[in-house]
Design a protein around this ligand. Structure first.
Ligand code: CTP
Length: 396
């Protein structure tokens, strides 16, 4: 985010109020200025001090507590907000706003703001499904208020059904995405691959590598937030499915190739962050291989170089590859850039223990086919993704 944005978070009185702490922590990590308004009921569930500590701003709990300040406060926060997030949003606050009631600090601020307002409801399932509540939601949606639907699951009251607060990462990701300034990938189709592939040996065993998918997922999310229409072809990894991205799960090199070839012609930008297996067992055993007394020799055969195939099919697409290297990093990466007919290659030294595979950070050099080279300091994978798109868009 170029300029520091302000999110005003409204916390209302439900058991899920404690989860708002995690949302706020994530928003702070994204360098947002967070101001919290708590309803009186919500303070019975979580102490304002917790919100104050995490948001690093004074928490407003009662508009009448400071007789001189409140009038200014609700207007100033309403003006200051780039976005308002109500988490958790009870049926009560939804009902109040839907019916024009402004009788406390939170409801007056919602009424007074011109910023987008996002509700993340959480309620007992019968309450949430009550036609009055549903009608209020429908009405607010029609006025342009946004809702992050609650999940179904076991609720605090013991009932099972819709009403569980949506995942806190999903809530913060949606907010961060809405506040993203740069929308330079609008109308662009972006294809990203991520994670490892697996090469099965028999029904229970396979060969794979240490890739976690974090780099590819960060690229896909950055592209989405910049307005891109993103397809993510993902090998098996333990990351949560990102919102707003068409995720296609694959296992093997061949499966990845099939999907990527199919999507390639209609893509504008293709980024191959996946750690694709170069070899697979020569003979797949349909039956589980039993142990014997002798050594077992596993014969491997070459598998497809997906990126090289794409390079040979390339027309107007911008094609980006990765080079995970342990020695002669720049020379090896430059050779791959040309051999595979790429526009950019991101070279990383996998011998550094605190960057690369499985790490949150990466330290890379981006090389372009026109000879530029940008060495980036160690940074979060999302920042690497941002730098990459900045460069791609500068060149387009
Ligand atoms: N790649 C691919 N298909 C493969 C191997 C790699 O599409 N079978 C892609 C990766 O997604 C990455 C780039 O090629 O973008 C480089 O991968 P890397 O493993 O570093 O290079 P290789 O070409 O496999 O060369 P080597 O393993 O010999 O270093």
């Amino acid at each position: 985010m170029e300029n520091r944005k302000t999110v005003v978070v409204g916390v209302t009185g439900g058991i899920a109020a404690y989860k708002a702490l995690d949302v706020i922590s994530r928003l702070k990590k994204a360098n947002l200025d967070v101001n919290v308004i708590m309803t009186e009921h919500s303070t019975k569930f979580v102490s304002p001090l917790s919100f104050q500590s995490l948001s690093q701003n004074m928490v407003i709990t009662d508009m009448f507590a400071e007789p001189k300040a409140w009038e200014i406060q609700h207007i100033s926060l309403a003006k200051k907000a780039d976005l308002m997030l109500i988490v958790p949003a009870t049926a009560n606050i939804i009902g109040k706003v839907a019916n024009g009631i402004a009788d406390d600090m939170l409801s007056t601020t919602i009424m007074a703001t011109k910023a987008p307002v996002v509700f993340a409801p959480a309620a007992n399932t019968n309450m949430f499904m009550n036609p009055i509540v549903q009608n209020n939601i429908k009405k607010l949606r029609e006025y342009g208020y946004k809702f992050i639907d609650p999940d179904e699951g076991r609720l605090a009251c013991g009932d099972t059904g819709a009403g569980k607060l949506a995942d806190t990462k999903l809530i913060s990701d949606i907010v961060i995405s809405m506040l993203y300034d740069i929308k330079d990938l609008k109308g662009k189709k972006v294809l990203v691959t991520a994670g490892p592939t697996i090469a099965p040996i028999d029904p229970v065993r396979y060969l794979t590598n240490r890739s976690t998918g974090k780099m590819g997922y960060a690229i896909a999310e950055e592209a989405r937030d910049r307005g891109g229409d993103v397809t993510l072809v993902s090998g098996p990894c333990n990351l949560e499915k990102p919102f707003g991205i068409n995720v296609i799960n694959v296992n093997t090199n061949e499966e990845m190739l099939k999907v990527v070839e199919e999507k390639f012609q209609t893509s504008d930008i293709v980024i191959k962050a996946a750690a694709v297996a170069d070899y697979k067992p020569k003979n797949y055993s349909r039956e589980k291989i039993k142990k014997g007394n002798d050594d077992l020799i596993l014969e491997l055969t070459r598998d497809n170089d997906i990126l090289k195939k794409l390079g040979s099919m390339k027309k107007n697409q911008i094609l980006v590859g990765f080079a995970a290297e342990s020695n002669n990093v720049i020379d090896n990466a430059t050779a791959k850039l040309h051999n595979k007919n790429l526009d950019f290659i991101i070279a990383n030294d996998i011998t550094c223990s605190d960057t690369g595979f499985a790490s949150e950070d990466n330290k890379v050099t981006i090389l372009s086919k026109t000879g530029e080279s940008i060495s980036l300091p160690k940074m979060g994978k999302r920042m690497v993704a941002k730098e990459l798109f900045n460069l791609i868009n500068k060149k387009r």
